[in-house]
Design a binder for this molecule. Structure first.
Ligand code: ACO
Length: 170
């Protein structure tokens, strides 16, 4: 069997660490793997967004209209690579979960709302927040999404501005 993986160049040159990502969504036949991934991501959101009520985080992460883009370390991948786990031969997470973004797409209106965005504390300020947001923008294009909106914590406004978000709707 040939190993077929899709590698996309790292958005900006923020890190040389090989990474992998997946987009998952709860549904009636969701596998244990998907549920485990969502539970782990929910825990990261819970720790990193302490002012958000935990039941609210759980409700949206497991809501069947919400999707989550999840970023992993990928120790066996080539440097500067980001493997799309959807096209990788093994769907299992290759390394530790770094963080992710939970979002809901409104396809007819061509926009998506970002509900939660977080990176593990030990992995922050290494460029992974930029990587995950840029991957989400690429995912948005695949889903026909042209705009993203979010309600950002005051602390995180600088991060969103760096990633091209503005205060008004443009
Ligand atoms: N304020 C100002 N600028 C910031 C902040 C901040 N809080 N965080 C990151 N940046 C800047 C960085 O300096 C960097 O700019 P540079 O490219 O000029 O150096 C850029 O944003 C990207 O930085 P990364 O290292 O890629 O970001 P990181 O991996 O640290 O992730 C994140 C940023 C997701 C905000 C992370 O700090 C985190 O999880 N924080 C706790 C949870 C949180 O606040 N999430 C957002 C809440 S709003 C919501 O979820 C809808």
């Amino acid at each position: 069997m040939e190993q077929l993986s899709e590698y996309v160049p790292l958005p900006q040159t923020s890190t040389t660490v090989p990474l992998a990502f997946t987009v998952v969504q709860n549904h009636s036949g969701a596998s244990d793997l998907i549920l485990t991934q969502l539970i782990q991501l929910k825990s990261i959101f819970g720790r990193q967004l302490p002012k958000m009520p935990r039941p609210y985080i759980t409700r949206l992460v497991f809501d069947r209209r919400h999707k989550s883009l999840i970023l992993y370390l990928n120790p066996r991948g080539p440097p500067h690579s980001i493997t799309n786990m959807a096209t990788s031969p093994s769907p299992s997470p290759p390394g530790a979960m770094v963080g992710g973004i939970c979002y809901r797409a409104y396809k007819n209106e061509k926009f998506a709302e970002i509900a939660f965005c977080a990176v593990q504390a030990s992995q922050q300020v290494k460029g992974y927040g930029s990587v995950v947001m840029n991957l989400l923008k690429e995912q948005g294009l695949r889903e026909g999404i042209e705009y993203f909106i979010t309600y950002a914590d005051n602390y995180a406004v600088g991060y969103f501005k760096k990633l091209g978000f503005t205060k008004g709707i443009t």
